[in-house]
Design a protein around this ligand. Structure first.
Ligand code: GDP
Length: 459
């Protein structure tokens, strides 16, 4: 039970049309009422209603006209009494409002404290609370969809279902240990083995989707590679729609990796325009080339720009082919560029790159750029096709899933080897704990502090 009342501006920092201060705690309504001037007192208002009035500053003078919304416990985000005060979004008004709330008895909320209270009140589990933060940060339809599903509890439900079934069997197994003299078997070994194997595989599958989940959340990494002067920067600019990268016809202009974020269809792409891969004596350019190689290694999609007017140019096939050999899930898209000059999309693909998608483009006229966008969006879609509908994008969840999967695998092995119940129970317990840490069914104050400190004040 919270004894103190917290307050913070919950809208984005800075100046805006409106700003909302949130007050939460047992004295929220009384405190907000102290600076509220209107015919309707807040303590008289039923839950989930709002009223127009004036908020007063610390000196009791009118600060701004405001809309107050009252949520009474337990039917609020945090489970406490909550008042939201919507004022005009001036930096001054926001500051004075918070000062007035503090003067009236509230204290400034810590980062993530509203969400932490929501979790403590059982309004949301830990994974759902973390999904709220992802939803707020989402920049594309796909990232939004993923966060919304997490916030609604789809992921939590899967984890909780697995955990509940394991707990049931673990309880039976532990009961057996109490009767160890009598050689009884309460927990069916067959059911236990089947369930542990299912948990091992489901958690491993969820963990495997992490790279795709992260790519959806923070942007799918795309490396633009190609010989110098092939038109990489121009293609990036055509995709991004502004003059982000430097374009010039002096070979080797792009010395560093230029990064840009664009939205294509439902996805955010993180494009890195890399330096060419030619051999060079220039130390700085060589460093750029090294960075390009690293960007290539990280990419989910390689966009290789080939100059169709220069068939003898130094296309970095070797780097591209060795990357797709090492990471066969990487999509290779070839932009057969400058087709305005050649009219042909003729690109000689080495046999190892035969599955590349070739698109004739002209960064100069814009021809083929829409097809290139479509190909990029399709590649993003296929990134998540094999991972199912639940995607994990949170590193903490990823680690816990891997731990759960490893413990479930040990359980299966132990059961198959006919190892005694007490040792099986240990692995089973480790698996249950790993799953419980995801939803917060088991959590320590330390873990909670680490998670919520990453939130901002007001969330
Ligand atoms: P990068 O070194 O691969 O990044 O190549 P740039 O984007 O800097 O382009 C090199 C030169 O080719 C510049 O002069 C561009 O204007 C020109 N260029 C790029 N794409 C096209 C194209 O599709 N058609 C034509 N005609 N010129 C292009």
């Amino acid at each position: 039970m919270n004894t103190d009342t917290i307050c913070a501006i919950s809208t984005a920092p800075g100046v805006g049309g409106i700003a909302v201060a949130r007050v939460s705690g047992p004295r929220a309504i009384e405190i907000a009422d102290r600076l509220w001037h209107s015919r309707r007192r807040l303590h008289e208002m039923p839950s989930h209603t709002c009223a127009l009035g004036t908020v007063l500053d610390t000196r009791g003078e009118a600060l701004d006209s405001a809309v107050a919304t009252v949520f009474r416990a337990p039917a609020s985000f945090t489970g406490d009494d909550v008042v939201e005060l919507g004022v005009h979004g001036s930096a001054w008004v926001q500051r004075e409002l918070i000062m007035a709330l503090i003067g009236a008895g509230a204290r400034l909320a810590e980062p993530g404290e509203f969400s932490r209270r929501a979790f403590a009140a059982g309004k949301m589990d830990l994974a759902q609370t973390e999904a709220v933060a992802d939803l707020i940060a989402s920049t594309s339809r796909a990232a939004h969809r993923m966060a919304l599903s997490g916030m609604r509890g789809d992921f939590s439900k899967r984890i909780e279902d697995m955990r509940r079934q394991l707990v049931e069997l673990a309880a039976l197994l532990e009961l057996e240990l109490d009767f160890s003299e009598e050689d009884v078997e309460f927990a069916s070994r067959e059911r236990l083995t089947a369930l542990a194997a299912e948990v091992r595989d489901s958690t491993a599958r969820l963990a495997d989707g992490f790279a795709a989940g992260q790519a959806i959340r923070t942007g799918v990494p795309v490396a633009i590679v190609g010989a110098t002067n092939a038109g990489k920067s121009s293609i990036l600019n055509a995709l991004a729609g502004d003059d982000r990268a430097i374009v010039s016809d002096i070979h080797g202009t792009t010395r560093d990796v230029v990064e840009d974020t664009i939205t294509v269809g439902d996805y955010t792409l993180r494009l890195s325009d890399t330096a060419g891969f030619r051999d060079t004596a220039d130390a700085i350019e060589a460093m750029g080339i090294e960075r390009s190689r690293r960007a290539l290694g990280r990419a989910a999609i390689i966009l290789l720009v080939v100059d169709t007017t220069a068939p003898d140019a130094d296309v970095p096939w070797q780097d591209v082919v060795s990357t797709i050999n090492e990471a066969p899930d990487t999509t290779l898209i070839v932009a057969a560029n400058k087709c305005d000059l050649t009219g042909s999309a003729c690109v000689q693909l080495p046999p190892e790159a035969s599955r590349a998608i070739v698109i004739p483009t002209s960064a100069a006229t814009g021809a083929g750029i829409d097809s290139l966008r479509d190909a990029l969006a399709n590649a993003c879609r296929s990134l998540t096709a094999h991972t199912g509908d639940t995607l994990v994008a949170n590193a903490r969840h990823h680690q816990a899933l891997r731990d759960a999967s490893a413990a479930a695998a040990r359980t299966v092995d132990a059961l198959n080897a006919g190892i005694p119940g007490d040792l099986v129970a240990q692995d089973l317990r480790a698996c249950i704990d790993a799953l419980a840490s995801i939803t917060g069914a088991i959590s320590t104050p330390e873990i909670l502090a680490t998670i919520f400190s990453r939130f901002c004040i007001g969330k």
